[in-house]
Design a protein around this ligand. Structure first.
Ligand code: ATP
Length: 435
């Protein structure tokens, strides 16, 4: 965000006026279809139930469904005709005509019983709480399920304060809360997570151009931070699968060990949100275009990424093991910009003045970089510990330092060492970390 002059930042509230969530459609539409197993009481999200059932069992259930319902065969075939098998099965499960019939043919993944599922019920994912001492319906507020709405309602505040003109964006990073039916896969699906969203406001006629632009920019962002391009793909949403606010949408997916999963959604939200917030607040959110001398609601191109979910993808992507001199070496090859610690400072031995020099270096570097001082154990062990947490550079103060004021800088990935003068260290690191 700070690298671009056309994007501003904001930190909006987590608790906003409840009408914000009525206007956005979340009170009505932010639901997942939920089913229960009557036998073992396990609870599932209907649309992702298929992920927990193996392909053989799914095929058998679909075959039986067709046999028992000859009149529905052409409809079933049509629902199954898409390119993505998981999505096809989801289509069958969530369809009004085929859903309950298919459920009756499936075994509960937990207890194995067949035909024990309830019908699907809509479950709103927003966490509710109350403002003030009285817990009644008049004082309900919601923990934000996304950061985006805080940007929309503040659109004109930010625009006028920053004197931006279209096109420009507002970005925000912050906590979002969703009462997920099943949390799973570590950071992939949690009830409290970190989002990083950017809403880009454009002239309505330019929406397609900017949608395509942000698609390219966003996938390149992951690649530029070292993510394996082979494990990245777009998943375009079919027209009948678009969210209620979207004209066009795509997900950036990563190949997690458990399959492809969304890290980020890019949407053309049109002027849906701004017009709804105008309607519910009674306040104009129109932008005055000085060149065209007209007032209108901009269209919005959104990039909505999970910071915690994509961090998990970066973590998985960076991990590798190799054998070095007969020993296993585990490394997180984080891009230096992502590495939580940029450099470790290690005195070779804890005597001869080495710790004092190392502490001086640490003090100097810490002003600009997150660094770590480690003097415990053999230096080889210390290198390995830094490899495991992805520290790109290890700086060692040794006997030669005492003579010529140079230190070794070891590169995490190649394990090569070069000698650098202590007064050049800061510039050396800055250059390496910026590349
Ligand atoms: P999903 O289909 O996985 O539930 P979504 O399409 O509802 O995700 P969005 O509303 O588009 O997700 O949210 C934007 C991003 O926020 C997602 O791409 C994802 O990275 C992240 N995200 C959403 N829900 C969660 C969650 N429960 N835990 C962690 N990250 C999440």
């Amino acid at each position: 965000m700070t690298y671009r002059e056309d994007v501003e930042g904001i930190d909006a509230s987590i608790l906003m006026h409840p009408k914000v969530w009525q206007a956005s459609g979340h009170v009505e539409n932010f639901t997942d279809p939920m089913i229960d197993c009557k036998q073992c009481k396990s609870r599932y999200r209907l649309d992702v139930l298929g992920d927990q059932i193996n392909e053989k069992k799914k095929k058998k259930a679909v075959d039986t469904l067709k046999e028992n319902n000859p009149g529905l065969v052409s409809k079933i075939d049509e629902l199954l005709s898409g390119p993505d098998e998981n999505e096809n099965f989801e289509n069958l499960l969530t369809d009004d005509e085929t859903g309950n019939k298919l459920l009756a043919e499936l075994n509960c993944p937990q207890c194995g019983n067949k035909g024990t599922f309830t019908s699907a019920r809509k479950f709103n994912l927003m966490f509710k709480t109350f403002i003030g001492p009285v817990e009644d319906s008049g004082s309900v507020v919601y923990l934000r399920p996304e950061t985006a709405q805080g940007i929309f309602v503040n659109f004109l505040n930010v625009q006028s304060a920053s004197r931006q003109k279209l096109p420009f964006g507002i970005a925000q990073i912050g906590k979002a809360f969703r009462n997920e039916i099943n949390t799973k896969n570590f950071l992939f699906r949690t009830r409290e997570f970190e989002q990083m969203e950017m809403q880009f406001f454009v002239k309505p006629a330019d929406d397609k151009k900017w949608f395509d632009y942000w698609k390219g920019e966003r996938i390149n962002w992951y690649k530029s931070l070292g993510m394996d391009g082979e494990k990245l793909r777009f998943h375009d949403h079919a027209e009948n699968k678009l969210a209620h606010y979207a004209k066009e949408a795509t997900d950036i997916e990563y190949l997690f060990p458990f399959g492809w999963g969304e890290m980020e959604g890019i949407h053309n939200r049109t002027n849906f949100d701004l017009s709804k917030h105008e309607e519910y607040s009674g306040k104009s959110l129109k932008f005055f275009d000085e060149e065209a001398k007209e007032k209108y609601l901009p269209f919005i191109i959104e990039s909505s990424a999970g910071a915690s979910r994509s961090f998990m993808a970066f973590l998985l992507d960076a991990y590798y093991e190799e054998e070095v001199k007969g020993e296993k070496r585990s490394v997180l090859k984080f891009h230096p910009k992502l590495a939580p610690i940029k450099a470790a400072i290690l005195p070779l031995v804890n005597k001869d003045g080495m710790p004092e020099i190392a502490r001086e270096i640490e003090k100097d570097l810490r002003r600009n970089f997150k660094v770590f001082y480690d003097d415990k154990g053999a230096v080889g062990r210390r290198y390995r510990r830094q490899d495991e947490i992805g520290t790109p550079y290890s700086i060692t103060v040794d006997t030669q330092t005492l003579e010529d004021k140079t230190v070794t800088v070891r590169d995490r990935d190649s394990m090569e060492q070069v000698r650098v003068s202590t007064d050049q260290l800061s510039a050396y690191l800055a250059k390496k970390l910026m590349d």
